[in-house]
Every structure is written in structure tokens, then in C-alpha cells.
Design a protein around this ligand. Sequence first.
Ligand SMILES: Cc1ncc(COP(=O)(O)O)c(C=O)c1O
Length: 392
Amino acid sequence: MKLSRRVTETQPYLFHLIDEKRKAAQERGIDVLSLAIGDPDMPTPDFVIDLMNEEMRDPRNHQYPSYKGEPDFCEMVSNWFEKRFTVKLDAQHEIMATIGAKDAVSHLPFVFIDPGDTALVTDPGYPVYEAAIGFAGGKPVRVPLLEERGFLPDLTAIPGDVASAARFIIVNYPNNPTAAVADESFFEDLVSFAKKHDLVILADNAYSEVYFEPEDKPISIMQIPGAKDLSIEIHSFSKTFNMTGWRMGFVVGSKALIDAFLTLKSNFDSGVFMAVQRTAARALGHPEARLFNEHRTQLFKKRRDTIAGALEELGFRFKLPRASYYFWVRIPDMYSSSVVFCADLLEKQGLVVTPGVGYGPSGEDFFRISMTSPNDKIEKAMERLRNFVKGL
Ligand SMILES: Cc1ncc(COP(=O)(O)O)c(C=O)c1O
């Protein structure tokens, strides 16, 4: 059997590897506690389940969906987009349903890349970006995200010929793994940069609804004049309504960009179960959505404070997360490898966190803690971290 280089030359998925390590530690009798993955621990809210029960019973939802997304799904998303971001989108041409945000970020490179082409990716970044560029036959060019720049890329440091040779740049704010947020002026600079170098912008906004203070409420790149013609923004219901398992997202952009993506997607899959589409879109406009979001914010603030308190007490260096689910923390000075630090923490205290290098070489001095666990589990995990630091 001969496997393609596409598969043999790609690293297994980061969280698959972490899962294997966790299982192996458990088999060795270690009591393992994991703050690794960003999967909300709370269930999908009742009001969403109730909508799904209705939609499941509607036989019009039982057939193949349209490739682009149901017209009423696109209409409801368009209404939400206008309310949330003050941007009017043409529901018929500028919105497309996807099987979660991962479907979009993993397949969009195929729309823009021919074998040998390059694309700019932020480092550290969600690992799928680089893998997907590779699968499409392209080469990722890493743009470092440094703490002193608030984990925003320094666009002026990218050589002009490198930028002009690339097909697209992918950015993600609120950011996984650094928890950084980007403001309007960053997106304005990004749009000017993309225009100058004839680049498409892929803006992953999967965490648009997960933030802590009103002043950090994420914006959409579509709010920047001229952005729509050269950008595709990626959205997800996973984090918005604790719906990671439902696999529902959408992308927005100009008709030309959406049509190009549709050519690819309509050959790859057959859309999202219509009951899920309609449930998710109705949830956006549901009267309980705002309350749910406020409740979630309070809950995560409590978790954030528990973790921040422990990290501060233990002398770890980090910035308080402003959005997303994550703490991006410097490994202790005595370590020079995030993998070794995380392996020691697992071996000695049974605590799983994610090594920063898994998100790219610029993450080597960091590890990521996810807040998607109940507070009592987080307190237990912080106790283990305390014991670990005591033993250093
Ligand atoms: C930055 C980023 N983009 C996309 C995704 C995938 O989201 P979805 O569940 O909608 O596929 C994730 C999931 O963790 C993520 O962190």
C-alpha cells in the first residue's frame, strides 16, 4: 500500500497526539486531569434543543440540503449580521453554510492555491491552517505573533516580494491560542496591505461571541470599507451556543468569493443537515440568546479569575485573556521546550495542558490552558500546578 505524500508528510492532528499521551498516562495509572482542549463543558442550551426538536419533526428538513445553505438560513444569518456588526449582506449571494468553521478553514486553501503557491499564516495559529495549505499543495509562510505587539502580526516586517507572491493571509481574532483581540485599526491596515499585494484575507472569527468586557466585543472585518471584495470571514456556532458537536458554521464575503468556494464545496460534501441549519439560525435571533451569552460570560469570568489568581501567585507570566477560552502562558525559565514542560506536568501531576509549539515555532516558550472545565476541576488543576511548581 502506498500512501500519498499529502498524508505521510503531514503531522497527525495536535489534539489527537495529546489524546494519545493522555490515554498512555492513564494506562500507566496516572490520575489525569485535562485543561487542553477548547470544547465547552456545558450542554447546548435548552432553547436550542427545543428548536431542534421542532425542526427534526419537519419532513422538509429530511432531504439533501442545498449546497450553499438554505435560503431562510442565509436570511436569518444576514439579519443577525446586520444587528451584530451593522453590515448588510446579500443573503442570496454573500453567505454560505459550512460544516463548522473547520470545514471552511480546511477547504478554503484549495480555492486559492495551486501546487507550489504560498500563503501567509500567523504563528502561533490554529494548526489546521498550515495543514490545509499543505494538503492543497501550497507552502505556508509564517508570520510571527509576538507578545510585544499584542500578538498582532507586524505587516510592515513582511518583505514586499513575499507578500505579493502569496495567495492569501489567514488571521484569527479573537485569537486561538493567544487570546488576543484585534481592533478596527488593525483590520484597516490589513485590508490596505492585502490590496497593495493583491492578497485575499481569510478572517477566522470563530470566537466572535466569546469575550469578557463590552469594550472588547469583537468586530467583523466586513465593517472595514472595501474588505468584502477581498475577504472571506469564517463564523462558527460551536462556541456561540456550545454546539461543537453539531458541526455548523458559515462564511461571508463577496459573491465572487462565495461562488468560488461553492464550486469546490459542492463537489466535496452535500451541505449541513437542514434541521441543524434552521435551528442554529433561529437560535441567533432567539430572545434567550442574549441571556445565555451573558450567563456564559459571567461563568467564564469566574474561571478566568481562578486561573489568573493561581498563575499570578505561582509567578507565571501571562496576559489576562480578553476573549476566547484560553490562557497563553510562558513556560518557566528553566525550561527551553514547551513539549518537555507539558510532558513533565503530565508525568508528575497528571495535568494536561497544550504545548505552545504545537501551534507553531513562535509558541515554543508558551503553553495553553483552556477554561472549558467547571470551576471545581479548574481549582483542582491549579492545585496540581501549585504542587508542580513547588517541586521544581
Ligand atoms: C481558531 C479556530 N477556528 C476554527 C475552529 C473550528 O471550529 P468549528 O467547531 O466551528 O469547526 C476552532 C476550534 O477550536 C478554532 O479554535
